[in-house]
Design a protein around this ligand. Structure first.
Ligand code: NAD
Length: 354
């Protein structure tokens, strides 16, 4: 679906931020804030063209709305995408995003995503209060709760594959960054047999320093015979070609938008592959960051570990009803937004009067 088709759906806002002299082109997408302020991180990535970058922001923002609804967070979906250009001034890009997020006055709270590091967030925090800032004033590293939630969800998948815990479960992890690295460490400690792949050798070596893992080339990740595939790199990895190769019985990882299309979710379901929907299993960062922002304190780990039970219940219902888990989750999320959301988009107090 292209960017025009996407915006013509139920999005509230797509803002373009640009500063041509400094190579800055960014998109802030707000999907649905009827349940509360939008939450969503900043992705910095090289895209084929601006339309692809805008479409990515929109798709990611929409997933955040459903993520909030299913995780019981009084918020909605947003996302910022910085389209990396050959001449992008990184500092100028994050500063501009920070200024705009502040201008939104609390309608949108942002944080990390792929390509955004702590130093970038610190820069954003110089310009806005509405960011998961690094350091003592902020909620802490959000990849840790994400990894904890994915770990709990992966365990729920393994249990439904007949395992008692994770000892001996063969897991293949794609992407060893902030989340994948932490997830791999947890899996190894729990006795799983882990195979890993990353396009970045340094990321592989970092993990190898603390865990006993088998390493395969990034291009071979779909050929690994395993119980569970944990996609922790980018989205769109379950597609026609990878479906032909995948030799796993479950999929549970942190990556957003794992399925190239809903049809791929149906194909997995028909094959009996248990797929833990991305916007359910990777909600750890959202739950941690949003509750820190909304309630002023980070939640206890048990609040994040609840994701395991949520994934398990969804998979059980999918098997019982014959509806693929991603479709079931989306249906539930839409129902919750319709039932609990206000009539109009969220506007922070003070903004509405301007
Ligand atoms: P990251 O940038 O720290 O790590 C991504 C890793 O994937 C990098 O090491 C990169 O080299 C690797 N990679 C990229 N392409 C690859 C490929 N084709 N094969 C193998 N490895 C590849 O990102 P992250 O914060 O760990 O996030 C990982 C995924 O989880 C992303 O899709 C992100 O949107 C999603 N996610 C992250 C969080 C979070 O809290 N960080 C929360 C929710 C969802």
């Amino acid at each position: 679906m292209d960017v025009l088709e996407l915006v013509s759906r139920d999005f509230e806002q797509l803002q373009v931020l640009r500063d041509d002299a400094r190579g800055v082109l960014a998109f802030v997408a707000i999907h649905d804030t009827r349940c509360g302020p939008a939450f969503g991180g900043i992705r910095r990535w090289r895209y084929r063209n601006p339309a692809d970058a805008a479409a990515d922001a929109l798709r990611l923002a929409e997933a955040m709305t459903w993520k909030c609804a299913l995780a019981g967070i009084a918020g909605g979906g947003g996302k910022t995408v910085i389209a990396e250009l050959p001449n992008t001034d990184r500092r100028a890009a994050y500063a501009l995003v920070g200024r705009y997020v502040e201008e939104m006055g609390g309608r949108y709270y942002t944080g990390p995503d792929v390509g955004t590091e702590e130093a970038d967030l610190a820069l954003v925090a110089e310009h806005t209060r509405f960011v998961a800032a690094p350091g003592p004033a902020g909620p802490g590293n959000l990849a840790a709760p994400t990894a904890l939630g994915v770990f709990a969800g992966l365990r729920a998948v393994a249990e439904r594959l007949g395992f008692d815990g994770l000892a001996g479960v063969r897991v293949v992890v794609q992407g060893l960054g902030e989340v994948g690295g932490r997830l791999t460490e947890r899996l190894c400690r729990a006795g799983a047999v882990v195979t890993v792949a990353d396009v970045d050798r340094q990321a592989v070596e970092r993990v190898r320093a603390s865990c006993e893992v088998r390493v395969v080339d990034a291009g071979d990740v779909f050929d690994v015979e395993a119980d569970v595939f944990a996609p922790c790199a980018l989205g769109g990895v379950v597609h026609d070609l990878s479906l032909q190769s995948l030799k796993v019985r479950g999929i549970a990882g942190s990556a957003n938008n794992v399925l190239a299309s809903p049809e791929h979710g149906r194909a997995l379901h028909e094959r009996g592959v248990l797929y833990a929907p991305d916007f359910v299993i990777n909600a750890g960062a959202l739950v941690h960051g949003a509750l820190f922002h909304l309630e002023g304190a980070a939640p206890a780990p048990e609040r994040i570990e609840r994701i395991g039970a949520e994934v398990g219940a969804l998979l059980d219902e999918a098997v019982a009803t014959g509806v693929p888990p991603a479709e079931l989750a989306l249906q539930k999320a839409r129902e919750r937004v319709a039932a609990t959301g206000a009539e109009l988009p969220f506007l922070p107090a003070g903004r509405a009067r301007r």
